[in-house]
Design a protein around this ligand. Structure first.
Ligand SMILES: *Cc1c(COP(=O)(O)O)cnc(C)c1O
Length: 393
């Protein structure tokens, strides 16, 4: 029995089969290279779905995390710790947002944003102004309420009753959005690039108009940057490139560099919405996770972010010339690859594993989310494997 077979058989027996796993068991890694249980090497173009911002086992990140780990691992939110405030300060100074609530994952951050939006409206206008407009084909998480917020029918099954109060509008369809916003709406919540939905950037003209409408009607603009945030698109947050000022921004995936961490960022209007007792989570602002997050944000300076852009363009240019590829979409190191009809994205991912590159899918596209620290040598090696995988399909 190979090491892989052993790991897999145990998993098959004892772990809930809620994921369709690929036949790989990873054991160690360095930046964008990793190794499986039987010693095969892969270039990682997934970064744990946009989580390992600084790649596997970055020295600075390990030093920051282990330094905190050997002081305190957790204290609860009944007391102060330094990493929490330091990371919140960085997030606010770098974005112009005013306050931060720390959570543990994307769905949870979005839950916090939804609660805050409803409370903001309740405080000002009383009950009944609680609807939230989201986009068709969006993805906001897997809790009952964030599933309800997700604008895809496939997610609205089995788990009835879903949370009331969400209305959906096509990305780019401003007329419908305006109609939906006539009454009873407290917030519009959108991704700027629909990630799980197929790496689809939302039209900047539409986003601008939504932002103006929201401002005019005191409807909160909530931007879900769980996937696009923390340098992924070549700016600290993607909203900067859209030239808008959101009222609430959520971040997760890459924010902790590999530890479970998420954040809800509040702007001028919303910074005071939550008072003591209004919202909480036991693990929120865990000092080890925040120490990791602090190292991540420190590294994402202007030069680093320019490199993210340059590397993204370099990859897209090369990928466009590959077999079966009809185009690319995305920003920075969030890249979707459109394929000719008949070529399935999941087939490409499986062939990629055989060739030594780890890839993601997003709907009918192949999706790349390499660590932001991926080197050009790693990129070239990964792209060579991707090209061979495409040739096989
Ligand atoms: C991944 C993702 C989520 C959910 O995050 P979890 O950490 O899995 O709960 C929410 N919104 C967007 C845009 C995402 O990409």
């Amino acid at each position: 029995m190979s090491n892989f077979d052993l790991i897999k058989s145990r998993d098959e027996e004892y772990v809930v089969h809620s994921y369709g796993r690929f036949p790989v068991a990873l054991t160690e890694g360095k930046n964008a290279l990793c190794r499986d249980a039987d010693g095969r090497e892969y270039v990682d173009f997934t970064s744990g779905i946009g989580v390992n911002s600084l790649g596997f086992c970055d020295q600075g990140w390990i030093a920051a995390v282990t330094a905190q780990l050997s002081k305190l691992q957790h204290v609860s939110n009944l007391y102060y710790t330094e990493p929490c405030g330091l990371l919140a300060e960085q997030l606010c100074l770098r974005t112009g947002m005013k306050k931060v609530f720390f959570a543990n994952g994307g769905a949870e951050a979005n839950e916090g944003a939804i609660k805050a939006a409803r409370k903001y409206s309740f405080d000002r206008y009383g009950a009944g102004r609680s609807k939230i407009v989201t986009l068709k084909n969006s993805f906001h998480g897997r809790t009952v309420t964030t599933l309800s917020a997700t604008g895809q029918d496939v997610f609205h099954n089995y788990f009835f009753p879903f949370t009331e109060g969400f209305e959906f509008c096509g990305a780019g369809d401003f007329d419908t959005l305006e109609k939906l916003c006539r009454e009873g709406v407290c917030a519009v919540m959108i991704e700027l690039i629909q990630g799980e939905g197929g790496v689809l950037p939302v039209d900047p003209g539409f986003v601008k108009k939504v932002s103006e409408l929201c401002r005019k009607k005191d409807i909160l603009l909530v931007i879900d940057e769980v996937q696009t945030g923390m340098g992924r698109t070549g700016s600290l947050f993607c909203f900067e490139q859209y030239g808008i000022t959101p009222d609430i921004v959520t971040a997760a995936k890459g924010i902790g560099g590999g530890l479970p961490l998420a954040a809800v960022l509040f702007g001028e209007k919303t910074e005071g919405v939550f008072g003591p007792g209004d919202h909480a989570t036991t693990f929120g602002a865990n000092p080890v996770a925040c120490a990791g997050g602090l190292e991540v944000i420190k590294r994402l300076d202007g030069d680093f972010l320019k490199e993210v852009k340059a590397k993204g363009e370099y990859i897209a240019e090369k990928v466009k010339k590959m077999p079966h590829v009809t185009g690319t979409a995305g920003m920075g190191l969030m890249i979707g690859i459109a394929l000719e009809e008949g070529v399935k994205a999941v087939q490409v991912v499986s062939a990629g594993i055989e060739e030594g590159v780890l890839l993601l899918t997003a709907k009918d596209k192949v999706r790349l989310l390499p660590p932001l620290t991926v080197t050009y040598a790693e990129i070239d090696r990964g792209l060579e494997a991707l090209e061979k995988a495409l040739e096989k399909c």
